[in-house]
Design a protein around this ligand. Structure first.
Ligand code: GLU
Length: 299
């Protein structure tokens, strides 16, 4: 793929639900190396849109860990919690275009009314049923195939009406849904390349749908393999992933490189941070990234 170096702008967008763990470090390092190896810019955005899931102090801790590992944002860090008026104005645009509508359904009602419970059946699409109050806002999807080429996973296609249905852009608790916020911010920050975990591969067609409705450019996508624990579960706060240790920065960073299929020399573990990044940027080769999930190798 031909990526023009002067137009590259990437980002790392952690949710502050806990300290940086190995799984999120993979996305940080992958996005950073991809940006730097294209002489691009790299931004950090804190996705703190969900106060119930947020852990006090986690944003600071994540930023401090990244700094200790030599990764700093090229622009002031953006916090989604401060951007609700922007999201509301985008919702107003979508409303003017009749792309969204209020929905009264609870999650349980949807699960109970559809086999598998995953696809919204369109209950409120043509108006709220009598005596029901609006809870969330949903965006309409259609039968068009959403197609894109992921730089690792190749051709992806999804028909949203058959797989998700009209989806939530403002939640019942009135918080902006991740799918909308991420699209608005990637566009407002002029992000050209999204590099993140493959657990979000499935969200990308929804995001492309919103980008099209809003007239935003569609960035390039590279989804990275996700790190799993010994039970095959994605490393996350919920599965008990622990904070990365930064006492020997080059050591943990080299483990990440190996996880991403790169072939660092053995002694990179003992190098200085400057030497580590120099090697990493010069030798970054996305073609080596493995497609499957894996366990991080011991340090
Ligand atoms: N905030 C999301 C997460 O931590 C990542 C969003 C993204 O990279 O698009 O899982």
């Amino acid at each position: 793929m031909n990526i023009s170096s002067n137009t590259y702008r990437g980002r790392f967008a952690p949710s502050p639900t806990g300290p940086l763990h190995f799984g999120s470090l993979v996305a940080a390092v992958g996005s950073y190396l991809d940006a730097r190896s294209h002489d691009g810019e790299w931004l950090i955005r804190i996705e703190d849109l969900d106060p119930p899931r947020e852990v006090y102090g986690a944003s600071r801790e994540i930023l401090d860990t990244l700094k200790t590992l030599g990764m700093e944002s090229d622009a002031p860090v953006i916090y989604q919690s401060g951007r609700s008026s922007t999201y509301e104005s985008v919702l107003a645009d979508l409303n003017r275009g009749r792309h969204i509508y209020p929905c009264a359904c609870s999650r349980k009602e949807i699960t109970d009314s559809t086999p598998g419970g995953h696809i919204y059946p369109g209950t409120c699409r043509n108006g709220l049923p009598p005596d029901r109050n609006p809870r969330s806002l949903r965006v309409k999807v259609n039968e068009a195939d959403i197609r894109f080429i992921d730089r690792l996973y190749g051709k992806i296609r999804q028909q949203l009406d058959l797989t998700v249905g009209d989806f939530v852009v403002r939640r019942a608790d009135q918080l902006t849904a991740y799918q909308l916020a991420v699209v608005v911010d990637d566009a407002r920050q002029n992000i050209t390349h999204v590099v993140r975990g493959s657990d979000l591969l499935d969200s990308t067609p929804r995001q492309i749908h919103l980008q099209r409705l809003l007239g935003y450019p569609v960035p390039e996508y590279l989804h990275l393999p996700i790190a799993v624990n010994a039970s095959g579960e994605k490393l996350s706060k919920q599965t008990g992933a622990t904070a990365v240790t930064t006492i020997k920065p080059s050591r943990i960073l080299t483990v990440v490189l190996e996880f991403l299929g790169q072939k660092p020399p053995r002694d990179l573990r003992d190098s200085t941070l400057a030497e580590f990044w120099q090697w990493g940027i010069e030798n970054w080769d996305p073609a080596r990234i493995p497609v499957k999930q894996s366990l991080p190798a011991p340090e």
